[in-house]
Ligand binder design. Structure first.
Ligand code: PLP
Length: 415
């Protein structure tokens, strides 16, 4: 492989890890330039929901490319964005009346935090404290890092981060979390931000829907804004369109990205309830929402999102998700019998386990060994330290799913 000047994300180039060149993707498979077929067991960083190169999404992008590539979105609009907005209003909870576009999960979180502080500032009751969950991950921009767990991901950048209040992870019945939340809510924080049901990059840690519902209830009772970051959990990942549905709750602010375009294009939305929009609505230009990026609501990305929304509206996606969840359960139960496997768990289509190791956590030495072994087995799996998770596209075949779990058994035996 010739040396490339590319600096890859979350990659320690000093270890000389290869970066195979992917030439083509189809279904749940990636095809390497050298002809190898790799099973994408993590949906290319959790974005590919239905399948790679979904024909309806690809066609929508190609058709859009013939008409309009890009247009400033401040003061202008276009049909793909309007179609996405209409579709989201049909699919998402009625209370979320307003849609703000951005480009990634991290930016959808930045927007959510700014909306929350803007709401309090514009209603004449400035509040700024943000409450977060232990083990949270909300992205890698500075605001998103600030509301994420402190640790190896962001230690070097700590001087840039703002202070937050952290609730203990809602383990068991969540009593400690709920107690702390109630106490902190008395100090008038601006908002609580959560990953509903499962903290993803923090280790695929799952908690109960009843605790999520209770967190929402406490926030409402204390007039604290509730932000749901469904960047990973949205679009069916946890078995329902939104994870919040399982708790019967609607947030004040909702972050969506990844599966918004079916995983084909970078796009995000932050949906807000009417009072949050209304707080910014004024004859006074100083109260507008001061946020943009050059590519806000890019028409090609919006065309992909509109096609994804149409797929959700026309096709039995939730049934596919349910079938994948059942198939995942069968494999997980078998894997859990391995004596080196602990804490086998599942949230909808996502499964996760810990592999016994002398040192757990993201920097566990087992991680790179597992990664190398998975590569040899033609699997795209990216352990979080000694935590291995499986989150394939919904179209994954029985054969490919079996090969993923065979690959994990093999790695457990050989690493
Ligand atoms: N929020 C959550 C819950 C995520 O899992 C992620 C990424 O994995 C993000 C935000 C950041 O998204 P992006 O990588 O698109 O910026």
């Amino acid at each position: 492989m010739t040396a490339s000047p590319i600096w890859h994300p979350f990659t320690q180039h000093g270890l000389g890890e290869p970066s195979p060149q992917v030439a083509r993707a189809e279904g749940a498979a990636l095809f390497i330039a050298d002809g190898r077929r790799i099973v994408d067991a993590i949906s290319s960083w959790w974005v590919t929901t239905h399948e790679h190169c979904h024909p309806r999404i690809m066609t929508a992008i190609a058709e859009q490319a013939r008409n309009l590539d890009q247009i400033i979105f401040a003061g202008w609009t276009h049909e793909p964005a309007e179609a996405v907005a209409r579709g989201l209003r049909e699919l998402m909870p009625d209370e979320l009346t307003r849609i703000f576009f951005s480009d990634s999960g991290s930016t959808s979180v930045e927007v959510a935090l700014k909306m929350a502080l803007g709401y309090w500032a514009n209603t004449g009751r400035p509040r700024h404290k943000i409450l977060v969950l232990e083990h949270a991950y909300h992205g890698d921009t500075v605001g998103a890092m600030s509301v994420g767990a402190r640790g190896v991901f962001n230690a070097a950048y700590a001087p840039l981060l703002f202070d937050v209040e952290t609730l203990p992870f809602p383990a068991g019945d969540g009593a400690a979390t709920l107690e702390r939340l109630t106490a902190l809510c008395r100090e008038d924080p601006a908002a609580l931000i959560v990953e509903p049901l499962i903290c993803g990059a923090g280790g695929m840690k799952i908690y109960d829907a009843a605790i999520l519902a209770e967190m929402r209830r406490i926030c409402t009772a204390h007039d604290v804004l509730f932000i749901a970051d469904e960047v990973m959990t949205g679009w069916g990942r946890t078995g329902t369109l939104l994870a919040c549905e399982q708790a019967g709750i609607v947030p004040d602010i909702l972050c969506l990205s990844k599966g918004l375009t079916g995983g084909a294009m970078p796009l995000a939305v932050t949906m807000a309830s009417e009072p949050i929009f209304a707080a910014h609505l004024s004859q006074d230009r100083a109260r507008m929402f001061f946020h943009s990026s050059s590519y806000t609501a890019n028409p090609l990305a919006c065309a992909a999102a509109a096609a994804n929304i149409a797929i959700w509206q026309d096709e039995p996606v939730i049934e596919r998700v349910g079938r994948l969840a059942e198939r995942q359960t069968r494999h997980l139960e078998k894997l859990a019998q391995n004596p080196r496997i602990a804490n086998a768990r599942r949230a909808g289509t996502i499964t996760a386990v810990e592999i016994e190791d002398s040192h757990s956590g993201y920097l566990s030495d087992l991680g790179p060994k597992l990664l190398a072994r998975f590569r040899q087995s033609d699997l795209l799996l990216r352990p979080l330290g000694n935590t291995v998770y499986v989150m394939p596209p919904y179209c994954v075949s029985d054969e490919d799913l079996a090969s993923i779990y065979d690959g994990i058994e093999d790695a457990v035996a050989n690493c």
